[in-house]
Design a protein around this ligand. Sequence first.
Ligand code: ASP
Length: 316
Amino acid sequence: MQPFSLVIHGGAGTILKSDMTPELEKAYTNGLQMALNKGFAILENKGTSIDAIRAAITLLEDNILFNAGRGSVFTKKGVQEMDAAIMDGATMGAGSVTGVRNVMNPIELAYEVMTNSNHVFLSGKGANDFAIKRGVKLMPDDYFFSKFRYDQWKEIRDSDNYSLDHTNQDIAELIMKDKKFGTVGAVACDQYGNIAAATSTGGMTNKKYGRIGDSPIIGAGTYANNKTCAISCTGHGEPFIRAVAAHDVNALMEYKGLSLQDAMHEVVHHKLMDLNGEGGMIGVDSNGNTAISFNSAGMYRAMKNSKGESFVGIYK
Ligand code: ASP
């Protein structure tokens, strides 16, 4: 049987056990486990990698703990503008959206762009108009509101700073002074040997001027090609864009013959670190091999495969 596998992430950064409470740790672990189970069940039932990653990401977007969909961070103007991308390694079809508002599941809008538009990347109002046209579910502003991200934004809104998600914030009274990136992502290999990648995020707190991170940029934060790998990144988006991080893994595999693990290690621990690019990535190849690599203190992550291996982790 063709091996199949799913890997997900919920952001990377300075996530230290010493800053975590047992309650919060459990909430994150449960959130990851539920998303992993939902996506993996689709693979087990002979579903596609695309459907598995959509299902996993949708649950993470609905979970207020993660900076994607509900619970997204606030921009300089005090609103949520979300980015998402999905790519199908079998066809190399891709769909992305940036700066969308009130879309309950931005990953579903990215999927609509991939499957029902003649385009790859839609932005802002136009992307929202397309959401309405395609009947993608919208929600009022209140739905996306979370007190801890609002307080986090209030601390820096009068400055020109923009910050990584969860920097100096107090999550649900559980005081976790960490620095992490709360973006969510998923990569999968299905029973047909097809691979796919997706990433969804609210971006960075206090972002302005329509700032776009790496997540929705095909090749930077998200990439998939059956010949090589499916990759979803998380971290400080600007260095990931400059490193064209996800595609760089593909290039090392395609042109230099590196394995998934070695190619990811090279990009995360050399190329990105040389650019001060804190964060990490998850990957699969079409043989169902999985890899997770990060240069930060922690990364919310989980994987499961058809060999019966399964893992949920937070710290290094
Ligand atoms: N990479 C995302 C961005 O820069 C942030 C994150 O991964 O949390 O928008």
